[in-house]
Structures are given as C-alpha cells and as structure tokens.
Ligand binder design. Structure first.
Ligand SMILES: Cc1cc2nc3c(=O)[nH]c(=O)nc-3n(C[C@H](O)[C@H](O)[C@H](O)COP(=O)(O)O)c2cc1C
Length: 188
C-alpha cells in the first residue's frame, strides 16, 4: 500500500511539474497588453499575442465601422470560418498546456474579432483544459464575451468567475489580478 502511495505521489508531482499555462490575448489599444504584462509578473506562463493578418486597420475609425462590421459578420454566421477575420498567429504545441488564460477586449458586447478567429481555429483543441477569462471593456458588462468563449471552446473547463477590468482600471489591475488568481485557485 505504501509503495502504491509513493508511486502515486511521484506521478502527481511529475504531472504538476509539467503542467503549463498559456496566456493568449489580443489587444488593439494595449489595455489588455498592460493587463497581461502585469499578469506575467504574478504567474509563470508562456504568452501568445494574436496578430491580425491585415496590419494597420483602424477598428475605431468612423464610429468603429470596421470593428462593428467584423462583429456583425460573426454574429450572422458564427459556424462559418469565412465569418472570422484572418490572423497571422498559429500555435503547434497547445497540447503542452493544461491551463489557458484568455485576455479579451470587448467589442460591441462580444469578444474582439481577431481573438474569436484564433479560438474558432483552436478552441476544439482546448477541450478539457482549464480556461480563465480576463475581459477589458470601457463600461459594458462581459456576459457576451463569456458566451463567445463558451461557444468557441465548448469543452473547456471554465474557471469562475471571469475577471472584468474596466479600461479606466487598467493602471490598478495588479491587485485585481492578484485577488482573482487566489479566488480561482490559479495561485495559492
Ligand atoms: C471596435 C470596438 C468596439 C468596442 N465596443 C465597446 C462596447 O460595446 N462597450 C464598451 O464598454 N467598450 C467597447 N470598446 C472599448 C474596449 O472594450 C476597451 O477600450 C478595451 O479596454 C480595449 O482593450 P485593448 O486596449 O486591449 O484593445 C470597443 C472598442 C473597439 C475598438
């Protein structure tokens, strides 16, 4: 019995040594980038920033015309790959991670379109992984972004609650992140 327990403990510690966290995020005006920069000082994780294929687009010009068109294309046909704007970012080693933290700007109550493109491509490979969601918005509540994440990662094990940081709170995100990491058990 002692021997079995010993082997079991050894296996568990080997697993926890290998358990890795990936932070995936998109940021247009760098609020989420600042949040992720702080998050990286509090946990060990690899980081992937999503880059749209088309550079230099002004999503906010003409009363957010481009951003708005991208979101309405996804809303109209969320199951079609062609509804999602092309991105440059790819990943090969998703299987190495057991926890994925997603940093998302909110666009018109939804998850920013380029991040949705990434999750549309890779969400099915995130089945069974722990998923934590951090959302930045000016003022709109984040339930639409949570719904997008759950649609795009249908078999993810979502941590609760998600973390909502308003853009005006970006500068004081450190303590909000610290509290959230404890609350979700991501940090002891
Ligand atoms: C296309 C677009 C649409 C947006 N729509 C909303 C919105 O509906 N409600 C809101 O509170 N903020 C909205 N925002 C503001 C962003 O959510 C907010 O500035 C966020 O902090 C941006 O994160 P980022 O700087 O990492 O890109 C929008 C921003 C853009 C570019």
């Amino acid at each position: 019995m002692k021997r079995i327990l010993f082997i079991w403990t050894l296996l568990l510690s080997a697993f926890s040594l290998q358990a890795k966290t990936l932070i995936v995020y998109y940021s247009y005006t760098n609020n989420v980038h600042q949040i992720v920069t702080d998050l990286r000082t509090q946990i060990q994780a690899d980081v992937l920033r999503i880059e749209p294929a088309e550079e230099g687009l002004d999503y906010a010009a003409n009363n957010y015309a481009i951003g708005s068109a991208l979101i309405s294309a996804i809303r109209k046909a969320p199951g079609k790959a062609s509804s999602y704007p092309p991105i440059k970012t790819t990943i090969r080693n998703l299987k190495d991670y057991d926890t994925i933290l997603i940093g998302a700007p909110l666009w018109w109550s939804n998850m920013a379109a380029p991040l949705q493109s990434f999750l549309f491509a890779y969400g099915s490979q995130m089945a069974g992984k722990r998923i934590g969601l951090i959302v930045s918005s000016a003022s709109t509540g984040i339930s639409g972004v949570e719904a997008d994440a759950k649609r795009l990662i249908p078999k993810g094990k979502f941590l609760s609650p998600s973390l909502w940081i308003r853009s005006s709170e970006t500068r004081k995100c450190h303590s909000m992140i610290a509290r959230w990491l404890k609350e979700t058990g991501l940090k002891k």
